[in-house]
Design a protein around this ligand. Sequence first.
Ligand code: PEP
Ligand code: MG
Length: 571
Amino acid sequence: MTVPSSPQPAGAPGHEILHGIGVSAGTASGPAVQVRPAPGPDTSEPPTTDAQEASARVREALDAVATSLTERAGRASEHARPILEATAMMAKDPGLASGIDTQLKNGVGVTQAVHQAVEEYCVMFASLGGYMAERVTDLRDVGDRTICRLRGVPEPGVPELAEPSVLVAHDLAPAETATLTSQTVRGIVTAAGGPTSHTAILAAQLGIPAVVQVKGAMLIDAGTEIALDGGVGEVIVAPTKEEKEQLAERSRRRRAALAGSSGEGATRDGKKVALLANIGTADDAVSAAAQDLEGSGLFRTEFLFLERDQAPSLEEQTATYTRVFEAFGDRRVVVRTLDAGADKPLTFADLGEEENPALGRRGLRLGMIREDLLDTQIEALGAAYRATGGDVRVMAPMVATLDEAEYFAEKVRAAGLPKVGVMVEIPAAALRAEQMLSIVDFASIGTNDLSQYTMAADRMQGELAPLLDPWQPALLQLVRLTCEGGRATGKPVGVCGEAGGDPLLALVLVGLGVSSLSMAPGRVSAVRAALRLHDYSTCQQMAAYAVNAQTSVAAKEAVLALAHPNLIDLL
Ligand code: PEP
Ligand code: MG
């Protein structure tokens, strides 16, 4: 899509318009705050002559890092708290401190000693594979922070924000985003990242406008005013008065377009589309349930399991699921059983190193190996369902074969749960959708993973974003195939990947036959407003154009040409 952009006006020093991928809609402006890179060890420091004194200084720095991470954990969201707590624990690890002491006794300078000991530890962690290998990033984070303390410079990452600002970063790591709120962060601009990256999902969850894949982002000077439009993917450095007015006008039009959006999701001519929230925790459930939406289409239960030494007990799980079901009352809650492995490793279910974890024993595959985990979870879900009696539906992640669907359905039904489904995230499941849906009651398409596996492109690798674009006609064709399976069996098919929260693409998905869309709660009102502007037959026409397009760009352009003129205000 092309956006009107003004030529470089005279008298605007540093003025520049940068383009990227808009991943969280809305406009914002404010001073740029650069997320600081780590400075590394001091290469000109003197060698250590008094190892005891140096060791005391290092321990003091490690303690300070642990304390500050623990403090941040206390202020962090439920998602981020365990990550920060685990990182704080690493700073207290006696093994790390004694590794540093060994370096100091050999006369190595203090910051070099920290750096070398951390790197030795990293090699060891990496060789252990699995969960431990994933912790290498956290360990380096501890090392970087400790070195900054010793050098007397600010720690890397997001600084304390004195005023509402726009964060500019290469990419944001989970620990860096832990304490962000929409009150202090007006917008996010990153050089890396993609539409399904951590930054994108977090920004959408918090309702912060964001643009990723912005070339030149790291050259923006701290303190420079920047404005961004997270819908169209535009970043204006040192915006002119006219550009600021244009942006404010876009923002006003967006608010006006959203104003009448309330109630059930439906096209203009009344074809119903359930609009649902993606949640990860019981707190998410409580806050989403307070909003105008029809339930949850994806409860990512793995948040309850991550960063723990042991699986949560049956009682703890039952209590959490009960809280979630109670929060939504008689509205639907689609629970996804544990989706661990690959980017979501579990300490207590580490199956050892894998060459390609994304193609390894993850999702339901892990549940079939560690059947005890799956059985306990399903038992807890059954108990919570009996206690609350809500509209509970349970689905499995990463289902590839009919045997797997049968295995899972049998367990869920035996626990007395009323509805069982599969996620369609692997092309094999889409290709066999009709047969899958003969076994289960519903399917939910996870477009994030379905893109990754259709295009053989790692969803975490930002530079592959064009391949991962959910407008890729190949992906849409698999959505169509899944919906055909739904029609043939009379079973509903929903979408719960990030694609469902894009107001324009949502029209295409509905036209393809999807009957529910689940997304970050902050996206529901724009999707609802988009649906209300279009008849179902227009959505079907859009779907046909998009699937038959040559490229993702052509698909989007063709659909935009068919859209109501006011739709642009919702992007
Ligand atoms: C998906 O893959 O689209 C999905 C919704 O699951 P997750 O993003 O949690 O892998
Ligand atoms: Mg997935």
